[in-house]
Design a protein around this ligand. Structure first.
Ligand code: CTP
Length: 462
């Protein structure tokens, strides 16, 4: 480049340049030269300038978006080729480099191939183009981690979020594909295998590792990162996996409610929220835009789901109504039927010699019934649960009619079943057409089965 002409500098900038040049005793041209030289030398601090998201890669507007996280391993150099291969398939690629990855490749080299800046920092307030980890997580149809190092896998399995890559992995609702790469001894280590089993149970997909020569002289075994074309094939297969609820809005209630008696005491029940949260997560994985209204539970918010935290039944109803309109609503919360008629503003005191206070109760709103019986904005499909301890089918059928919902998932919550608070559930699905018993299965599998049924129902009656 022999010469460079910069047009359309505004007056303020020209004035600043003149002042700066004068301060340094240089001509304006020399000052600009020195600024450009410093910027070009300072590679990580001067990433490839960001362009608006749509212009980041020369891809079709509806192109599927892959977020590639490059971990710190010798295989990182292959990920540069992977970027190229993903783009060849018409995919829009964004790229995160972990700190360790930058020991192997630079943001500049990855950015040059991506055709846009790459992301490296969780907190980057100085960067005017910072899009934030939540946007990165949301604006991806698939997250690929290649190379997935033992450390990155351990952090992901443990739910850590202390850098950009792990924060994005924790926040995304998209499928995640790992391409592990490490020394065979590290791969075989019990800790790595334990993390791998956890990740597989969490629904994370895997490609490789392959067998072969390692970077370390004389070492061979499983641990080589899969080849870029293998990773692209696995990514394409995952992207092609149907998202049957794409474009659908869904509301899920979950967990117990707490009804205050006074500022320190409340009425509650044994619900853990596991089933409701599993349904919200499965719906998000199926592409739905999900609002989860959760009572107090000890569970993390499911990734990719908008979670609204509430305490009481009345708050839960208000939050559910605010989430409307939705296509489907699933009421999995174990809402307290009654609350204290007048919750004390101060702690109720034990007064010696005085009678034990009577707890006067009043009925809570029925959230399921009020949404199912709405004249406007009634979801197309309203699904309730029936927590029963006897006459399960008969009670569930009566409950479906009484509440005006479309389906009821009945379960026997007698203590001996272990369903309340446990990990497994046995469901009887009651619809207008009759009832059907589902086999005993994990709450995650119940959620997946329900999502399949919902997708079928919406397909039959679009
Ligand atoms: N439900 C609700 N609001 C309430 C009570 C229940 O939305 N105030 C919903 C639950 O989320 C569930 C369904 O109604 O989807 C049935 O709840 P369940 O506890 O089985 O029944 P109840 O209505 O409480 O009736 P009963 O206690 O007589 O069984």
């Amino acid at each position: 480049m022999a010469s460079l002409t910069v047009r359309q500098l505004d007056d303020k900038l020209k004035q600043q340049l003149r002042l700066r040049a004068a301060r340094h005793g240089r001509s304006v041209e020399d000052e600009v030269r020195s600024i450009l030289r410093a910027a070009a030398d300072e590679e990580p601090a001067a990433p490839v300038p960001a362009a608006p998201a749509a212009a980041e890669t020369a891809t079709a507007p509806q192109a599927k978006r892959v977020l590639l996280i490059i971990g710190g391993g010798i295989a990182a150099y292959k990920s540069l080729d992977l970027i190229r291969r993903l783009k060849e398939r018409g995919l829009a690629v964004r790229c995160i480099l972990t700190k360790a990855a930058q020991e192997f490749i630079t943001p500049l080299s990855a950015g040059a191939i991506v055709g846009a800046r790459v992301f490296t920092d969780l907190f980057d307030p100085a960067h005017e183009f910072d899009v934030g980890h939540i946007r990165l997580a949301r604006e991806a149809d698939l997250v690929v981690v290649a190379p997935a190092t033992a450390d990155l896998m351990a952090k992901f399995a443990g739910g850590h979020a202390d850098d950009l890559a792990t924060a994005v992995l924790l926040a995304t609702g998209a499928n995640v594909l790992l391409a592990p790469a490490m020394n065979p001894l590290m791969w075989a280590n019990k800790a790595t295998q334990r993390n791998l089993a956890q990740l597989a149970a969490d629904g994370v997909a895997l490609v490789g590792p392959n067998e072969g020569e390692m970077a370390e002289a004389g070492e061979r075994g499983p641990g080589r990162m899969a080849e870029p074309l293998e990773i692209v094939a696995a990514a394409a297969a995952l992207l092609a996996r149907a998202q049957p609820l794409k474009g659908k809005r869904m509301l899920v209630t979950s967990g117990p409610t707490h009804e205050p008696i006074d500022p320190v005491r409340y009425i509650a029940n044994r619900s853990s929220g596991k089933q409701g949260h599993a349904i919200a997560a499965a719906a998000a994985a199926a592409g739905a835009d999900v609002t989860l209204v959760s009572g107090p539970v000890g569970l993390p918010d499911p990734p990719g789901v908008t979670t609204v935290h509430v305490e009481s039944a009345r708050d839960m109803l208000a939050a559910a109504e605010r989430a409307l309109p939705v296509d489907v609503a699933v009421f999995a919360a174990a809402v307290a039927d009654w609350r204290a008629a007048s919750a004390g503003a101060q702690k109720l005191k034990k007064v010696p010699g005085q009678a034990v206070p009577a707890l006067a109760l009043t009925e809570n709103p029925d959230i399921l019934a009020s949404i199912a019986q709405r004249k406007t904005q009634r979801p197309r499909l309203v699904i309730g649960f029936a927590a029963e301890t006897e006459n399960v089918t008969a009670n569930a059928k009566a409950k479906r009619t009484r509440k005006g919902c479309d389906w009821i998932l009945a379960n026997d919550v007698s203590p001996q079943t272990g369903i309340m608070g446990g990990d497994r559930n046995t469901i009887e699905l009651v619809t207008a057409r009759g009832s059907e018993a589902w086999p005993p299965q994990s709450k995650d599998d119940v959620a997946a089965t329900l999502i399949d049924r919902i997708a079928d129902a919406l397909k039959d009656h679009p």
